[in-house]
Design a protein around this ligand. Structure first.
Ligand code: COI
Length: 358
C-alpha cells in the first residue's frame, strides 16, 4: 500500500552552514522531518515539513506518565553518493514491539518505510562521507493526549528527524559495573526502546563519570550478578577465543546491531555463546588472562571498544587495542557494508528510493 505523504519543502536550507569535517554526535539536524498524528484509532495527516519546533499541551501525557519510545537507525552513502539503509525493517518491527509494551498504537510498517525513504531521499545531501560518520535517523512516538489521569493516551505523534553524525564514542570507553542502581527487572520495560530506560541511566552514569568512568555496565536487578548491557549499548566479551553476549531475556534491549553482529560472527565461523554471563566470570577471566576483548554495540556506537571495567573498587584493564581482532573485524565489516566497500551477501542493504509525495 502507498501512503499519502504531504510535502512542504523548506525554502531556507541550512545545509551550507554544516561543517562536515567536524560533526559532533546529535547536535546537527537536517532540513526536514516527518510527522504523523494518531487520533480516533488511526494514523493520519502524514507529512514532511521543515525541521522545527512544535507545540505541546502542558498536560501532554508523555511528559507526565512516560509513554515515549524511539528508534535509532542510520543511512550511509557509497562513493558515488547513493544512499542506503541497513536492515531498516528491523527498526519498525522493534518500534512496534516497544509500542505494544507501552500500550501505544503500532505504526504501519509500510508507512514507516515509505517515510524514511522519502525523508532521506529528500535530505540525502546531508549524509556525511567521512569514515565512521552517517546520517542518524531518529523515529519516535509519544503520547500527546491532554489529560491528567493515569491511562493510555488516545492520541499520539510519530516523528522522524535526521542529522549527520560522527562516531558516538571516538575513543575506547571505560565502564563502571553498577552495584547500587538497576536498569530493568524481569517483567519490566527493559526490552522496549522506551525513553524511561535511558532516564534511569542518567544518575548512575553521572556518578560513574564523576568517578572517572565513561559509562555504566548494568547488572541484573535481583542479584547484581548477571551482566545486562551498557547505558547506551549492548555488550560483548571475548574470553578465551569465544565471543559471549548476554541473552535477551526480557531485560535488555534486543539490539539490531547486536543481532547483525551475531549473524556475521556465525557466518565467519566464530565461536559464539549467547547466554547469561556473570560479572564474576569476567573478573575470573581477567585474572587468568583469558579476557581478550570487550566491546559495546549499537546503532549510534556501532562497535565501541572497552579498555577498562571497574567492579567493586577494582579496575580491570583490557589488552591493548592492537590485539582486539574480533571487535575491529566486526566494526570494519559493518562500516564496509554501510559504505558499500564490502559486498552484502545477506540482502541487508536497502537502497534509498524516491516515493511520490503530494
Ligand atoms: C542508538 O544506538 O541509536 C541509540 O538509540 C542509543 C542512544 C544512546 C543514542
Amino acid at each position: 500500500m502507498k501512503y499519502n505523504i504531504q510535502l512542504n519543502k523548506t525554502t531556507n536550507s541550512r545545509l551550507s552552514q554544516v561543517d562536515f569535517d567536524n560533526i559532533p554526535f546529535g547536535k546537527v539536524f537536517s532540513d526536514h522531518m516527518f510527522v504523523a498524528e494518531y487520533k480516533d484509532g488511526a494514523w493520519s495527516d502524514m507529512r514532511i515539513e521543515p525541521f522545527g519546533y512544535f507545540e505541546v499541551h502542558p498536560a501532554c501525557l508523555a511528559l507526565h506518565y512516560g509513554q515515549a519510545i524511539f528508534e535509532g537507525m542510520k543511512a550511509s552513502a557509497d562513493a558515488d553518493g547513493n544512499a542506503y539503509f541497513l536492515r531498516p525493517e528491523k527498526h519498525v518491527e522493534r518500534l512496534n514491539r516497544s509500542a505494544e509494551r507501552l500500550c501505544m498504537p503500532t505504526f504501519p510498517e509500510e508507512a514507516f518505510l515509505q517515510a524514511i525513504h522519502t525523508l532521506v531521499d529528500l535530505d540525502k545531501e546531508w549524509i556525511p562521507k567521512a569514515k565512521g560518520s552517517a546520517l542518524y535517523i531518529r523515529p519516535y512516538m509519544f503520547a500527546d493526549g491532554e489529560f491528567l489521569g493515569v491511562r493510555a493516551s488516545d492520541s499520539y505523534k510519530f516523528i522522524i528527524f535526521t542529522g549527520p553524525v560522527g562516531p558516538y564514542y571516538p575513543k575506547p570507553v571505560s565502564l563502571y559495573a553498577e552495584t547500587e542502581y538497576i536498569r530493568a527487572a524481569e517483567g519490566g520495560i527493559g526490552e522496549a526502546k522506551a525513553a524511561g530506560n535511558y532516564s534511569a541511566s542518567l544518575l548512575p552514569a553521572r556518578k560513574a563519570n564523576e568517578k572517572g568512568y565513561d559509562q555504566i555496565l548494568w547488572l541484573d536487578a535481583k542479584e547484581f550478578k548477571y551482566i545486562q548491557e551498557v547505558g547506551t549499548m549492548n555488550i560483548f566479551f571475548v574470553i578465551d577465543g569465544k565471543v559471549i553476549t548476554p541473552h535477551a531475556g526480557g531485560t535488555i534491549l534486543r539490539g539490531i546491531t547486536r543481532e547483525t553482529i551475531l549473524m556475521l560472527l556465525e557466518k565467519h565461523g566464530y565461536d559464539i555463546e549467547v547466554r547469561p554471563i556473570t560479572i564474576d566470570e569476567v573478573v575470573e577471566a581477567h585474572k587468568n588472562g583469558t579476557l581478550q576483548e570487550c566491546f559495546g554495540t549499537g546503532t549510534a556506537a556501532v562497535v565501541a571498544h572497552v579498555h577498562l571495567i571497574s567492579y567493586q573498587g577494582e579496575d580491570m584493564e583490557l589488552p591493548a587495542m592492537e590485539t582486539r581482532k574480533i571487535g575491529t573485524f566486526i566494526k570494519d565489516t559493518i562500516d564496509g557494508l554501510r559504505n558499500r566497500t564490502i559486498e552484502d551477501t545477506e540482502g541487508w542493504i536497502v537502497p534509498v528510493k524516491a516515493f511520490e509525495t503530494v
